[in-house]
Ligand binder design. Structure first.
Ligand SMILES: Cc1cc2nc3c(=O)[nH]c(=O)nc-3n(C[C@H](O)[C@H](O)[C@H](O)COP(=O)(O)O)c2cc1C
Length: 180
């Protein structure tokens, strides 16, 4: 099973990208997680799209298409999804059908605040619903006070790592039950 890991942060020491790296380390057997960087995606512009998808957009859509499910690490900016992640979803939503249609997403997020991206994750679910993507509804992973648990792009908190492992295992089980 192949999961596509996507972080809504471009920051080198991003807490959210660190969660994806840790997920790669503790993925259940038989599961691989490829991290797709959003650095090269241009801002969505329908005039550009009308000329044909730019190469980074083609690569982004292909990465989604060839994955079995998505692992979305969602930072919170001003109570919502970062522009980086929303922009990526906007590109991927285009096409009939969109490559996002029917894809299941597991959402996680980390922030220095105590609520650990809960508002951004809700906003992300709203966008996913709109593009007919599915999200795993049963669980969420909110890493609050991330600066005490993640250092230099590495998750150092054992409880967070253990929770992440359980979270991934439960998500994979959900995908198998759903026949994905
Ligand atoms: C423009 C901006 C807005 C932010 N708004 C929020 C917010 O609403 N809630 C929150 O918990 N953190 C907020 N933060 C702090 C981010 O959670 C923090 O920068 C975090 O490290 C971003 O994720 P990253 O480590 O993956 O880059 C904000 C940061 C920026 C730069």
């Amino acid at each position: 099973m192949k999961l596509l890991g996507v972080s809504g942060s471009l920051r080198a020491a991003s807490f959210n990208t660190a969660l994806l790296r840790a997920a790669q380390e503790c993925a259940p057997e038989g599961v691989t997680i490829e991290i797709f960087g959003l650095h090269d995606l241009p801002l969505f512009n329908q005039d550009v799209e009308d000329q044909g998808d730019p190469a980074p957009v083609i690569a982004w859509k292909e990465a989604i298409r060839s994955s079995d499910a998505l692992l979305l690490a969602c930072p919170e900016y001003n109570g919502g999804v970062t522009g980086v992640l929303k922009n990526a979803i906007d590109w991927a939503s285009r096409g009939a059908p969109s490559v996002l249609q029917g894809k299941t997403a597991c959402i996680l997020g980390a922030s220095p605040g105590v609520t650990g991206t809960v508002r951004a994750q809700d906003a992300l679910r709203q966008s996913l619903r709109k593009v007919s993507a599915e999200y795993w509804p049963l669980s969420e992973m909110l890493v609050g006070q991330a600066h005490t648990k993640i250092e230099n792009g590495q998750v150092i908190d054992e409880k967070t790592l253990a929770y992440l492992g359980r979270h991934l295992t439960a998500f994979i089980e959900h995908l198998r039950v759903e026949g994905k």
